[in-house]
Design a protein around this ligand. Structure first.
Ligand SMILES: Nc1ncnc2c1ncn2[C@@H]1O[C@H](COP(=O)(O)OP(=O)(O)O)[C@@H](O)[C@H]1O
Ligand SMILES: [Mg+2]
Length: 401
């Protein structure tokens, strides 16, 4: 298949001219007459390179270029600005908006050819260098009712995933009003989501995220919720969306500790999740909340297999029977986490997730096995060479079971 190049220009003649040059060179050419059309076309036919005119009605080429750069799926497409504007200011504006190259009209076809070749060669070189870009898995832990163990499970999963696969996992606290992830990991609140919220959403980049993440010695990186509720003011759904999108390209596992609501930022977290672990405790209110959550997921058209039901026993003694809960929810409970009493209380008091403190104790081991269960299939099938001690423990337990 020949490489596809997108040409955006509001003048038919220009489209034809550029198109015929490219076609002669064996490229497949797709065209758009304005920015909006371009954004639509890109969704279904992603090009290897884009050539943008600047002066177009509705959306100029600079704006289109910026939009492409800000969207994760299009951020790396090489862009040439091809325009009748030829001043130094215009060139600078093109590069500022994220273009890779600039060519003034009228142009000589061989020059356009040469520039396209250079850009495409650079991309294929950097693709081999940047093979460490990953497709991270987002695991959202959620319950509409507090106290079901969302924070307990999410912090333990993040800790276990990093111990199993030998790579940092990131724990993202989206409970902006009262999240305590950093505390659960015994990390001082040097930076938080508030620092992300202070930046315009479209300017969030990996350097900002890196500067804000708290790093735990055991390989968990935490994006903590703000110190005070009022510090959360600037954080929008777009901030959350962009941040998760970026984290996905750098971390294999992104675990979301979600608050007990359907706010816009929570929904953005859920929308981004590859897997939702819906938690409930064996009590009536918790079951009711789980039913409501599942109903909302259905209305949002989440595929049913995205949601996994986890019954957690955060209290001792009598609770609703599993079978009764399953028939009320018309869904199988996939995992039951037993009441672990002292073990969890101690881990919370000392800010050390059970899975880190005592991976050999029953709860720590259980949570570590759970983290393996929700790991990426390609990891399970081809474990990376640098996999951690956790993987050995998981394998050993599976062998002796
Ligand atoms: N399986 C369990 N055994 C014992 N205590 C638990 C268990 N799960 C959770 N807890 C305790 O229940 C409380 C609520 O858990 P938490 O994770 O903070 O819930 P959430 O984040 O859903 O509000 C915490 O004090 C936690 O230590
Ligand atoms: Mg919580």
């Amino acid at each position: 298949m020949s490489a596809r190049i997108l040409v955006v220009d509001d003048t038919e003649l220009n489209l034809k001219m550029v198109g015929s040059i490219l076609q002669k060179d064996g490229y497949e050419v797709i065209t758009a007459r304005n920015g909006f059309e371009a954004l639509e076309i890109i969704k279904t036919s992603p090009p290897v390179l884009a050539i943008l005119d600047v002066m177009m009605p509705d959306m100029d080429g600079y704006t289109l270029c910026q939009l492409l750069r800000q969207t994760l799926t299009t951020a790396k497409i090489p862009i040439i600005i091809l325009t009748a504007l030829s001043g130094v200011d215009d060139k600078i504006k093109a590069f500022d908006s994220g273009a890779d190259d600039f060519l003034a009209k009228p142009f000589e076809p061989p020059e356009l050819r040469a520039r396209i070749k250079v850009l495409l060669r650079r991309v294929s070189e950097s693709e081999t260098v940047q093979s460490d870009i990953v497709a991270g898995k987002v695991i959202a832990v959620f319950s509409l009712r507090g106290g079901a163990g969302v924070s307990m499970l999410s912090s333990n999963l993040a800790a276990s995933l990093s111990q199993i696969w030998g790579n940092p996992a990131v724990l993202v606290d989206l409970a902006f009003m009262n999240g305590q992830s950093a505390l659960l990991m015994d990390l001082p609140l040097r930076n938080t989501w508030a620092d992300v919220g202070r930046s315009p959403a479209n300017e969030i980049d990996i350097d900002l995220i890196n500067s804000v993440l708290l790093r735990h010695g055991a390989g968990v990186h935490v994006l903590a919720s703000p110190r005070r509720p009022e510090d959360a003011e600037g954080i929008t759904a777009e901030h959350v969306n962009r941040t998760i999108g970026l984290l996905r390209t750098f971390y294999h596992y992104i675990v979301l500790d979600l608050p007990h609501d359907f706010s816009e930022t929570t929904l953005t977290g859920l929308d981004n999740a590859d897997q939702i672990l819906l938690m409930l405790a064996p009590e009536t209110a918790s079951v009711r909340c789980a039913a409501n959550a599942m109903e909302t997921f259905a209305q949002l058209n989440y595929p049913p297999e995205r949601t996994t039901l986890i019954l957690n026993w955060p209290f001792k003694g009598k609770g609703l029977p599993r079978a009764g809960i399953e028939s009320a929810l018309k869904k199988q409970i996939d995992v039951v986490i037993p009441y672990a009493g002292e073990a969890v209380v101690a881990s919370i008091m000392y800010g050390k997730p059970s899975a880190l403190q005592t991976p050999l104790d029953p709860l720590g081991a259980f949570l570590e096995d759970l983290a393996y269960l929700y790991s990426k299939e390609d990891h399970k099938q081809n474990p990376p060479e640098n996999a951690g001690e956790g993987l050995k423990r998981v394998k050993e337990r599976a062998r002796t079971r």
